[in-house]
Ligand binder design. Sequence first.
Ligand SMILES: Cc1ncc(COP(=O)(O)O)c(C=O)c1O
Length: 445
Amino acid sequence: MTPPAIPLSAKARRTGDQPISYFMQQAIENPDLISLAAGLVDEESLPAAAVREALDGLLADPADARAALQYGTTPGLASLRRQVLDRYLAAEGVAAGEVNLSADDVVITTGSQQLLYLVGELLLDPGDVVLTEAPSYFVHHGLLTSHGARIVPVAMDDDGLDVDALEGRLQALERQGELGRVKLIYVCDYYQNPSGRTLGLERRRRLVEVTRRYGRQHRILVLEDAAYRELRFEGDDLPGVKRFDPTNDLVIYTSTFSKPCAPGLKTGFGILPRGLTAPLLRLKGNHDFGSNNLTQHVIDRLLASGAYDRHLTDLRAAYLRKRDAMLRALEREFGDVPGATWTRPTGGLYVWLSLPRHLDTGPNGRLLEEALREGVLYVPGEFCHAEGEGAPLPTWEARLCYGVATAEEIDEAIRRLRRAAGRVMVSRDAQRSAHAKPQAAAANR
Ligand SMILES: Cc1ncc(COP(=O)(O)O)c(C=O)c1O
């Protein structure tokens, strides 16, 4: 007799597979495939020597070794939290007192992903509203769905989130009597995953102003995901959105050591508004009562010795070369395709490609089938859009990651993608002229 179904919780039932897993599998199973899909980092430059040196130093000192091999604390290693805060303040060019911050507002997490999850768990009941950029980081969509949140997408352009559109959404929610359900506005404001776009300076200021205004009755928080901030290879660093919240009550700032250092260390952090840290730590206590302590000690040493910053300099140069390789190849291969456009990121790992609307980039579309045949993989843009507010999802976009592939592979991958697109366009043209002929013949009669 088969036993009854496993009684999964409502949350487990709301949690689907990440659509990307199928694509990751394809890349692993097919070694000739060039994947521009996975958001992994450059392999060659992973800092093995620097990490070995840090570990050697740590384990050679008996007292440090014992401290690192023991459990740590739930908020994380005190010296690392101090360094995180100091680096943040230096990047913003402010003193701690000017922005109402201390190291007690910093929490070290198991990747910034854990911080994103904990913030959801902390704030969201099923039916609560989270406003996100459209497109947005699809793994975050997944966790919002797990928490039962209603995702309301807000348009963006080359300057990032459209704050007028955000205000329009908030106004509409207010009219519907739903403003009290709005808990969070999520922005990935530096070299966004997936589009590579950065939120403009003036919009940063306005985002905080609008959030404060609409959150007068029920506080609305901004979740600023700065995962790619340190991967800037062109232009100036912009102040964080959090910089415009000097009283430290609206903006949760999160970033990570995964992208600028090594994802295998899986360590990130949050810098939290006053009042949020204690309840978040209680939840984190349920998860793990502290992230991997050994790893925190390693990162602490990498930061203190300057090895981290030396690594960043090399990494930025490597990504600039790869970004250039991708932009050059796109210009060469797609420059003549009417309606094809792409972003020009000044940091991070992603280019967002927009194709003519008839080229369906989706998982069941012809382009992906042809791309796989050619041996190239991208993330279908529709994965990065939340089913929101009734509008059909755009089906002509793709996320291209230049993180993992070499410059030569990137060049070849874009050539393959163009061949795939070319075949879909040719067969569409053939179909159109086959349809057009009988009509033309009828017109001649
Ligand atoms: C925008 C963004 N936020 C957060 C994360 C989570 O990264 P981690 O948990 O490794 O810090 C990622 C990873 O790809 C990301 O792209």
